[in-house]
Design a protein around this ligand. Structure first.
Ligand SMILES: Nc1nc2c(ncn2[C@@H]2O[C@H](COP(=O)(O)OP(=O)(O)OP(=O)(O)O)[C@@H](O)[C@H]2O)c(=O)[nH]1
Ligand SMILES: [Mg+2]
Length: 370
């Protein structure tokens, strides 16, 4: 049919000529030359060997694996962590918190430089699940941690990107293990003192430091009571220039406020002090305080006790998370939960009965799927 049409159009201006095919956009030979030569992936053994020898590039790559949500990356990460575990733990883990602008970054630079000058190897990690940290403030940190960011004995790693607090906290705990295995014997974990993340940080450090500012009469505002209660030390930062006196006044007020809390389980009396991250006044005293705490808590056994408790807590939390996820993702639960909930809301079932029915459905489903 077509050929008839075409043949009748022979010589006609309407005849459709066959076009020429599109040429290759890029010379395939040239492409061959530019072919990216992918490096073979690093094996678990190479990761472990690299970390244990203190290779920072390998350490960074391993942390990236820990932070990855890709299941195959996670599988390698877990193996690496397990192999590093026997080489971890030999450090002082310090949580540092305070409201935005209190001077955490400047303080970490000052204390970090002091600590490294004493021969320690320092890793600085952060927990910030809110992703409130804009690109600007990461750049800001680079300028505020000028000396530390290029120091051969310091390793700075920003917070894993936003996720659930639990998820971010877990990645940070695993990162601590890798850093310790790589020979870092002082770990700072920074967090912004505005929300829940302090509790998560407190659950992974040996010593919890709260930085505060001297305010005009509102010293006890802005930071939650629970956070103050967790603090092993409260230092009033920016105690320089005209602010010295006010800082000292604030310190006394916090000291009195701390007296009202029940004595901590550690047997340690929380310390209050003043410092200036800018002028470095009081910075060596902060480190002295931490060393004193370390000595006392190691002597009275609390250091090990707290770490053991933290380990158990992680195990129990992991089980809880797993069971919770499994429960809510079970199809029969997804199917019946809204119905049973409605029954409960219509007062045909008590809340407990409704919960029991769902739990029963869950276990029956488990049994039948065995
Ligand atoms: N006078 C004085 N200024 C300080 C001191 N420490 C920090 N600053 C200043 O306070 C401002 C905030 O400091 P940062 O170190 O960025 O504070 P931060 O707590 O890390 O802030 P976020 O990262 O936003 O949570 C900066 O302009 C610092 O130069 C100090 O000891 N004295
Ligand atoms: Mg900062």
């Amino acid at each position: 049919m077509e050929s008839v049409e075409n043949s009748s159009m022979e010589g006609s201006a309407l005849k459709v000529n066959e076009g020429i095919s599109q040429p290759e956009q890029v010379n395939p030979k040239a492409l061959e030359r530019f072919k990216i030569k992918r490096k073979p992936p690093i094996s678990t053994e190479e990761y472990v060997k690299g970390i244990l020898s203190g290779n920072r590039v390998i350490l960074s790559k391993a942390i990236t694996l820990v932070e990855s949500i890709n299941p195959s990356h996670q599988a390698i990460a877990q193996e690496v962590i397990e192999k590093c575990l026997p080489h971890s733990g030999n450090s002082m883990r310090i949580g540092i918190t305070g409201v935005p602008g209190v001077g955490k970054s400047t303080f970490i630079e000052a204390l970090g430089v002091h600590v490294t000058s004493l021969g320690h190897r320092l890793a600085v990690l952060a927990i910030d699940p809110s992703s409130s940290r804009t690109k600007g403030s990461i750049l800001g940190d680079k300028t505020r941690m000028e000396e530390l960011s290029i120091h051969p004995n310091a390793f700075i790693r920003p917070s894993p990107s936003a996720g659930s607090l639990g998820g971010v906290a877990q990645k940070t705990k695993e990162t601590i293990i890798l850093c310790e295995a790589a020979g870092f014997d002082v770990i700072f974990v920074e967090t912004v003192g505005v929300g829940q993340s302090e509790t998560a940080v407190n659950a992974m450090v040996d010593f919890f430091l709260l930085l505060m500012l001297a305010g005009a009469g509102d010293e006890l505002q802005g930071i939650k009571r629970g956070i103050m209660e967790m603090a092993d030390a409260i230092f009033i930062n920016k105690a320089d220039g005209d602010n010295r006196q006010k800082a000292n006044q604030a310190r006394l007020e916090y000291k009195n406020a701390l007296h009202l809390f029940p004595p901590p389980e550690s047997g340690w009396t929380p310390v209050t002090g003043t410092c200036s991250a800018l002028s470095k006044e009081g910075i060596p005293e902060v480190w002295e305080t931490i060393k004193q705490y370390e000595a006392l808590s190691k002597e009275n056994g609390y250091f090990t006790h707290k770490r053991q408790q933290q380990k158990s807590l992680i195990m129990l939390e992991t089980i809880k998370e797993y069971l919770k996820n499994d429960f809510y993702t079970t199809p029969v639960i997804q199917q019946f939960l809204p119905k049973i909930e409605q029954e409960m809301l219509n007062d045909r079932l008590s809340s407990y009965k409704a919960a029991q029915q769902l739990i029963q459905l869950y276990f029956e489903d488990k049994k039948s799927n065995r």
